[in-house]
Ligand binder design. Sequence first.
Ligand code: ATP
Length: 701
Amino acid sequence: MASLLALRQLLGPGSSEITSSQFHTSSIVLAQLRRKSKKPSDKPSSPPRTRLAKSLQPTGKAKRLGKLEIAPSRPEFKRDAVPHEGLAPQQRQSPPRRRTTSESRSVPKHRAPTDDADAEAQVKNWAIKAHSERVDRRKAVARQPPVAQSNPLEEEFDLSAPAASSSKDLPIQFSSPPLMPGLLQSLQETLGKEARPTAIQASSMKHLFNERVEGEKYKEFLLASETGSGKSIAYLLPVLQDLKLTEHNQSSTVAHHSSRKPLNPRALVLAPTHELSRQLASFAKSLSHVIKLRVMCASKANTPSTAKSSGTASKMKGKFEGAGVASDAEFVISKSSRGSRPVDLLVGTPMKLLEMERGRGWNWEERARERAMRIGKVKSEEHEDIKGEDGGNKEPPREFWVDEPEMGLENVQWVVVDEADVLFDPDFQESTRMLLADIAAARGSPVPVIPSSALSSTPDSEATATSIQSISYPFNFLLTSATIPTSLATYLSNYHPSLTRLASPRLHHLPPTLRTEHTSWTGGNKNADIERRIRRVWAEDALVHSKTATGPGPIKLSKLLVFCNKRSKVEQLAAFLDDRGIKCVALTGGAEARKRGSNHHLDGFLKTGGPVPMGPGVCDPAQTPHVLVTTSLLSRGLDFSPMIKHVFIVDEPRNMIDFLHRAGRAGRAGEAGKVVVFGRTKGRGSGRTDEVKQRVRAVAG
Ligand SMILES: Nc1ncnc2c1ncn2[C@@H]1O[C@H](COP(=O)(O)OP(=O)(O)OP(=O)(O)O)[C@@H](O)[C@H]1O
């Protein structure tokens, strides 16, 4: 109850809807009322570029097959949130307004003293009149009944669609379902003994630990819930438990298939970035240390796969072997265990895993051709022939070689696609689907490879609908994300009609403990505005410290995450802040620091199980970085430290999906947080800011 009150306090009027047990019912009624009362002209304009799925209900021919289950609302995390609200120093009274240039101009310079006095009195009267008009206007606005906030995403994503959900059936404790003792022990060591499952974890425990249903060989599930709601645990627990239970059944298969490849994982987790892969591998390792499963991260180094930097397969193996157990989640195969003790869980990006499976260099030729085409160097064959006959200097054909594959896929029982909307977007989907198809083929049940152009088309006629051939992978297939765009929902409905969708009631909303603030540029130097806001955060921390500290000691200043849209902006802002005595980490896609093959470049920002660093200078933002400036690169999946209470969004978010992920790096696991969105409140661009405000309000509700 205490946490309910705290949340209501944080969220203000209307928050009872999301924190009380009536949330689900009331949101259904509200959504129905809104739909009934809405005229077509009331429709909010569609979000730019990416659209969120309107419903997770399967569409088209899938309508009869798939299931959707929405977990009932419940207080997500056990511990009470500590609100950051109300601790900010009172805002200074705004200084007396100066005369505008037009006002000054309206008073003639050379006048008789009486004229001057008159003019001044007149200006004063105008000012008083204008002020009283402003006050009246504000009062009138305050008197108006609050207008119900229309939520554009409610139009996009309709959770009130008929769903079979029953709060009675969902486990309320981690010990409720048959979670094996070793796994429960590691979980309690990681989260504390008091931890209770979140909505999505409870749903996953209900469905993913079940024995397989007769006739259904493999599980196919989508887990969809807001950022920071514990999806990693929701999929890792069932996967790890199953891997442990089937460890011995597997050994015969492993021996049979174990080919000559050094790695034969039984489960794969795909993630879009190396940083996320490393963090997930590290987390999976901490969950599996008691049950003794082997977890490995494929993202050893973030080096590009070019011929120049290549090594042979044996060199690669040598690197793995020689490295020992690396500091963060790079678990390596020792010579003695190779072949006899396969890796249980391997985490990596689809490209990296493909490279391990097909051999380093498998796509060099194709990439070189693409590159040549891009720079206009490809000539037609006839042209080359003529040139050859003419004795022109024909370049010798470049030779490409492919290293030996390091990984066999025959034993893969589970595939988890984390951040599924990214891994099925145009940038990643080719490698993701290629890898999935390779696993299916390696396991003896090849699947059709659908051309990308046909992927997200909606079947509009009966004939088209029947021509779509659903895909049935010969392994357990889990997808997870905090946002489900229409393209992914359509793809899943078309090609995975029997997939069960598990959703939390706050999907496509900000976490309840994350507050929003809109702040206006002053019209001067934007970097200086950002600096000022950062220093205000630290002033608030100092105030809290002065009220709560029991003895002398350094003030622990919170850390901040600043999201920009462009690399150049990241570099420029970081340089400005550094100049002003605020040490920053600036991280963009091409940063040198990313090539080191560890997450040390994010030390102090990412959540780790290890001890919090102490020592001189650690609490001083001039000596230890307290600000991380980045692009959307780090907006996906990464679990940031609870020390990050503020996320600054200084460029207009590209779409609401991007916004939800960026903002969701704070306010995780029930921690209090704030997202500060910068924009213009006056003049050019203020219209866009208003639009952003409305959208943000909608996802915050
Ligand atoms: N039941 C729980 N009780 C307390 N803390 C939890 C619980 N489940 C997860 N956590 C913690 O919540 C944090 C966020 O978890 P996780 O990274 O899995 O969220 P997520 O839903 O995957 O977020 P995102 O969508 O941003 O990837 C982690 O630090 C995790 O340890």
